[in-house]
Design a protein around this ligand. Structure first.
Ligand SMILES: [Zn+2]
Length: 487
C-alpha cells in the first residue's frame, strides 16, 4: 500500500486591535447593537471614499517583522470582486499578487522536540465583511458592524525555500497556530480570541505519496474556532483523503466545513479560482511606501517575542524546555511566573504551581489570568508559609484554591480555617503510635526491608490528621518508632 505524506497550508485571519475600522472612522470594537457602528464608507454607499488606517498598517508591519518577513517597499491594495449580501460594496479591499505588505518569512515551531522553521509566504492587510443572520421563514438579516474592520492575513508557503519547512501533520498545524497567536498577543495587535472570531484559521490539506515532489489535490477547511478543532479537522481530513485514495477514488478541490459535534467534514462548495474574483488595483487608495528608517524604528521597538523569552527563561531560571515553552505561550502567564520567581527565588517551585494548580483553575473556570484574583505575591507568601512549616504541601493546595476564588492572603485563610500544620511533637507521636498499632503487618514488612511500605503509613498519618501533619516529621517519627520496635 502507498504511504502518503500530508502537506498542510495555513491561512490565518486576525482581526487587528485598532480604535477605528480599516477605511473609515467607525468604531472597530467587538459587539454593539446591529448596524450602530456604520457609515457610508463601510456600508458601500455610492460616492464614499476610503482612507487607510495607519495604525492597522503599522500592526501588520510589526507582525511581519516579528515573523522574519521582508517588507515590500511599495505595497498596494486590490479589489476582490464578488457578490454576497454581507459585502455591501460588491468587492472586498484586499491585497493580491506580488505587492502585499510583506513576504518571505518564517516561524519556528517545536513538536515532540523536533524543531521546524515554517515558511511564510505573505502577511497582508484587508477588511472584514459584515455578518448574516438567517432567521425563520426564509428571511435573513445583515449586521454591518464588522464590515470594514481591519483584518490581517498570514499565509504559509507551500514551496519552502532551502532551510525552511512546511507543515506536515495535525500536531504541527496546531502548534503553528499556538505560536502565531502568542506572537500576535505579545505584539498587542490582536486579542487572540478564536472563540470570538478574532483569529480564524483555514487550513488547506493535501496528501502525496511519500518522497513525491508533486502536490496532491487540496481541500480547504472552514469553521474551525478552537485549537482543538484545528487539530481534529486536519487529522480527519488527512485520514479521509488517505481512505479515498486507497480505495482508488479521486480528491476533488473543494471547501469543506468542519462539524465539531459530529467530528467530521462536509462539502460546502467546490473551489473557486483567483480569476473568478477579477482582482484589480484599488483606484481610490494611494500606494503605501515604507521608509527604511520607519521600518527600522518599528523593528527596534518590538517587544521580547515568545521564542526569545523562552530562551531567556531556559538560561535565567534553569527551567526545562517544556516548562519554558508552556510559560511563554502567553505574555500574562510569563509575567505572572517571572514576577513570582523574582520575588521568591526558587523558580522551579513557582513554575510548578503556575503550570499545575494555577493553569488548572484558570482552565476550569475559563478565567483569563489578568482577571483572576490571585497575584504573584499571593503565591510567594503561600510558598513562604510552606517553607516555615506552617502548612503542608497538601494543605497548600487547598489554600491556593481558596486564594484563587477569594483573593484572600494565604495567612488569612490558614487562620480562618484552622489549617495550621501539626508540628507539636507529642500530638504527632500519638497519631504515629496509633497508626503503627493498627498496621502490624506493614510494620513487619518494613522491618523485613520493604522500605516502600513506609509511604503507606505516612499516607495513613496524613489522612488521619486531615493533611495537617508535617510530612517531614511524620517520616522521621515513623522511622524512629519502627526502628525501636525492631531492636
Ligand atoms: Zn464606517
Amino acid at each position: 500500500m502507498v504511504e502518503y505524506e500530508p502537506v498542510i497550508g495555513m491561512e490565518v485571519h486576525a482581526e487587528l486591535l485598532t480604535q477605528s475600522k480599516m477605511f473609515c472612522g467607525c468604531s472597530a470594537a467587538f459587539g454593539g447593537a446591529p448596524n450602530t457602528r456604520v457609515c457610508p464608507v463601510c456600508m458601500g454607499l455610492p460616492g464614499s471614499l476610503p482612507v487607510a488606517n495607519g495604525k492597522a498598517i503599522e500592526h501588520v508591519v510589526r507582525t511581519a517583522l516579528a515573523l522574519n518577513c521582508q517588507i515590500t517597499p511599495v505595497s498596494i491594495f486590490h479589489r476582490k470582486n464578488y457578490y454576497y449580501p454581507d459585502l455591501p460594496k460588491g468587492y472586498q479591499i484586499s491585497q493580491y499578487g506580488d505587492t502585499p505588505i510583506s513576504t518571505h518569512g518564517w516561524l519556528e515551531i517545536s513538536v515532540n522536540g523536533a524543531k521546524k522553521k515554517i515558511a511564510i509566504n505573505r502577511v497582508h492587510l484587508e477588511e472584514d465583511t459584515g455578518k448574516l443572520f438567517h432567521i425563520e421563514g426564509n428571511k435573513s438579516e445583515v449586521d454591518y458592524n464588522r464590515s470594514g474592520v481591519p483584518l490581517m492575513e498570514i499565509v504559509t508557503e507551500n514551496q519552502p525555500p532551502p532551510g525552511l519547512d512546511q507543515i506536515t501533520s495535525a500536531e504541527e498545524s496546531r502548534e503553528y497556530l499556538v505560536q502565531l497567536i502568542s506572537i500576535l498577543m505579545a505584539l498587542d495587535v490582536c486579542d487572540g480570541k478564536m472563540e470570538e472570531g478574532s483569529v480564524r484559521c483555514e487550513p488547506n490539506i493535501s496528501i502525496r505519496p511519500k518522497g513525491s515532489e508533486k502536490f496532491g489535490v487540496k481541500t480547504e477547511l472552514k469553521n474551525l474556532n478552537s485549537l482543538r478543532a484545528v487539530y481534529r479537522g486536519v487529522q480527519y481530513e488527512v485520514e479521509r483523503q488517505e481512505k479515498v485514495l486507497h480505495e482508488g477514488g479521486k480528491i476533488t478541490q473543494e471547501t469543506r466545513r468542519w462539524d465539531d459535534e459530529a467530528g467530521r467534514t462536509y462539502v460546502m462548495r467546490t473551489k473557486e479560482f483567483a480569476h473568478d474574483y477579477r482582482y484589480f488595483p484599488e483606484p481610490d487608495l494611494v500606494p503605501m511606501r515604507f521608509a527604511d528608517e520607519w521600518i527600522e524604528e518599528l523593528r527596534k521597538s518590538l517587544p521580547e517575542l515568545p521564542a526569545a523569552k523562552k530562551q531567556r527563561f531556559l538560561r535565567q531560571y534553569g527551567l526545562s524546555e517544556y516548562d519554558a515553552g508552556v510559560l511563554t505561550t502567553s505574555l500574562d502567564l510569563a509575567d505572572f511566573f517571572e514576577s513570582a520567581a523574582k520575588e521568591y527565588g526558587d523558580a522551579k517551585a513557582v513554575a510548578n504551581w503556575v503550570m499545575g494548580d494555577l493553569l488548572k483553575l484558570l482552565n476550569a473556570t475559563s478565567t483569563a489570568i489578568r482577571d483572576s484574583k490571585i497575584s504573584p505575591s499571593h503565591l510567594v507568601l503561600m510558598l513562604m508559609l510552606m517553607d516555615k512549616g506552617t502548612i503542608s504541601g497538601k494543605i497548600a493546595k487547598a489554600v491556593f484554591e481558596e486564594m484563587f476564588h477569594t483573593g484572600k492572603r494565604a495567612e488569612e485563610i490558614v487562620k480562618e480555617k484552622g489549617l495550621v500544620q501539626i508540628t507539636d511533637e507529642s500530638a504527632l507521636l500519638a497519631v504515629v503510635d496509633q497508626i503503627i498499632a493498627e498496621n502490624p503487618k506493614i510494620v513487619d514488612d518494613i522491618l523485613g526491608g520493604k522500605d516502600k511500605s513506609l509511604m503507606f503509613l505516612v499516607g495513613q498519618v496524613m489522612k488521619s490528621t486531615r493533611g495537617q501533619a508535617n510530612p517531614k516529621l511524620v517520616n522521621e517519627f515513623l522511622k524512629k518508632r519502627i526502628e525501636e520496635k525492631g531492636v
